[in-house]
Design a protein. Sequence first.
Length: 140
Amino acid sequence: MGRITWESIPQNFKPLKDRINIVVSSTLKQLPPGVRVVPSLNAAVELLYTEELSSIVDEVFIIGGSRLYDETLKQTKYPVRIYCTHVLKEVDCDTFFPKFDWNKLEKINLPHIPKDTITEDGLTYKFCVYDVPSGVSIES
């Protein structure tokens, strides 16, 4: 996760439980025990390939921010799976997921992901999962 994403997590949830917390930042220097800080996405990937972590990590989740999403979608070296929540309503926001060519994605069905549209507290949304084909650039 990026620095702003890290800072947006309520204090009582830091670090995120049952996972390795890696913060990508060129300015943060001090974090709580068990949280690692690296200067770039590439450095985060290199850290995951170290002897200490490679045997215990089988999935990596990029949870923000927008720069990390953009970097992840532009690279073609590693497989990418997008867990997307399509909000079926215009909402006021100031940060957006990067634009890319949705037609290059492969929509997949996973048994633990609801297929139906969900409405909660007046908000309608749908969960979708997409794979980016290996070696394919999805830049628009």
